[in-house]
Design a protein around this ligand. Structure first.
Ligand code: UT7
Length: 352
């Protein structure tokens, strides 16, 4: 068995900065409300009809490949985490393979649909493949283009003001350095609140979980179903929805729990953590986790103020930014932790 490490990192955020003030043109919100409740000052939006989740991922991946000192042809597997894919199917993994111009077209590519914890889930999957010797250079990407799928009407404001676009990438490789690399990963899920942070239509559910009436499915006699109804469009059911306070309550419990689980597994203490990179869900959540874990400001990295919540992309973007700023050095203990839709949550401890 090998240990695996993050051998290269890269991120990409689109040029267009969208301030809180700008959002007030489209919905009843304010800079004060957004900053006070979330810490967000601005976010980035991709160039619509020109950029996609995949093209942003490709820009991040190119940087990670260069950072790792490898060639794109050295990549032997792609893992793509996103909740905002270019297409319903096929997944972004194969689109990224094409976008990067990898000529070894037979390499495998999977998409991970674990939303905010997608990167941590992907890291765990990559870790298993590398540990067993199956792959040597796994390209792991978290990328999101939320701006194409948000409700800019006031009824969507609790979700829309939070999310931003961006991509982060990592190259996962084997390491022979004793005690270095990914020490442990922990993954969890609980589907009992699946619809509390979700985008459920259009989908194949046909009203099964929440009732046909809510979606306007007609009683009709045909072998197939109706995929999109007029009621879904009229009621803005095609957009993401979130019961914010409920998600908040779960998040502040599960973040510390899953970090403690990783520390217990490795017989380490919170004081041993040199850098915690929490999924950037809400600055108040990160601050709560910091306090509960007894961590200092130097031990936690946040950048939600600049980018909003970029879901699967938030951890790799923050990790790369922190590393580039000299906040993560060789030998440091880095902790990644995430919580989000599903609900799903997870953590990883890495000796850098
Ligand atoms: O990354 C995935 C995981 N996601 C999370 O972890 C998100 C967790 N939840 C949260 O971050 C917070 O719940 C939110 C930031 C989404 C909302 O903050 P909150 O303090 O929980 O507000 P709330 O939903 O309880 O709403 C309070 C009030 C409501 O008005 P009334 O009913 O008190 O009159 C909302 O309608 O704030 C209103 N509101 C807004 N007002 C201005 C909701 N969104 C907005 C808005 N601008 N954007």
């Amino acid at each position: 068995m090998y240990n695996s490490k993050i051998g290269g990192l890269g991120y990409y955020v689109p040029e267009t900065v969208v301030t809180n003030e700008e959002l007030t043109k489209y919905m009843d919100t304010s800079d004060e409300w957004i900053q006070e409740r979330t810490g967000i000052k601005e976010r980035r939006y991709a160039k619509k009809h020109e950029e996609t989740t995949t093209t942003m991922a490709a820009r991040a991946a190119e940087k990670a490949i260069a950072d790792a000192g490898i060639d794109k042809e050295d990549i032997d597997f792609i893992i793509f985490a996103t909740l905002s894919p270019d297409y319903f199917f096929p997944g972004c993994g194969v689109l990224l393979q094409r976008e990067l111009g990898i000529t070894k077209t037979e390499i495998g590519a999977i998409d991970i649909r674990n939303q905010c914890s997608g990167f941590v889930y992907g890291l765990s999957v990559a870790d298993q493949f590398v540990k067993t010797g199956m792959y040597k250079n796994v390209l792991l990407v978290g990328a999101e283009m939320h701006s194409m799928g948000l409700d800019f009407d006031t009824r969507g404001r609790n979700v829309t003001v939070i999310f931003g676009d961006g991509a982060g990438a990592a190259i996962i490789q084997p390491t022979e350095e004793e005690g270095k690399g990914i020490l442990t990963t922990h993954l969890h899920s609980d589907g009992t609140c699946a619809e509390e942070l979700a985008m459920i239509t259009p989908g194949s559910h046909g009203g099964y979980h929440l009732g046909k009436e809510k979606f306007g499915f007609p009683d009709e006699d045909s072998p197939g179903g109706i995929y999109i109804t007029q009621k879904m469009l009229d009621d803005h059911l095609i957009y993401p929805n979130m019961t914010g306070p409920l998600v908040f309550k779960w998040a502040v419990q599960k973040f510390p729990a899953v970090i403690k689980e990783a520390l217990a597994k490795t017989e380490l203490q919170a004081s041993d953590i040199d850098m915690l990179i929490p999924h950037q869900a809400n600055l108040r959540i990160s601050q709560f986790v910091q306090k509960v874990m007894g961590l200092s400001d130097d031990q936690v990295y946040n950048n939600i103020q600049k980018y909003g919540n970029t879901t699967a992309a938030s951890i790799p973007i923050a990790l790369c930014e922190a590393r580039d700023a000299g906040k993560i050095k060789s030998g440091d203990l880095v902790c990644l932790a995430a919580f989000g839709s599903g609900f799903t949550w997870g953590s990883a401890l890495i000796r850098w």
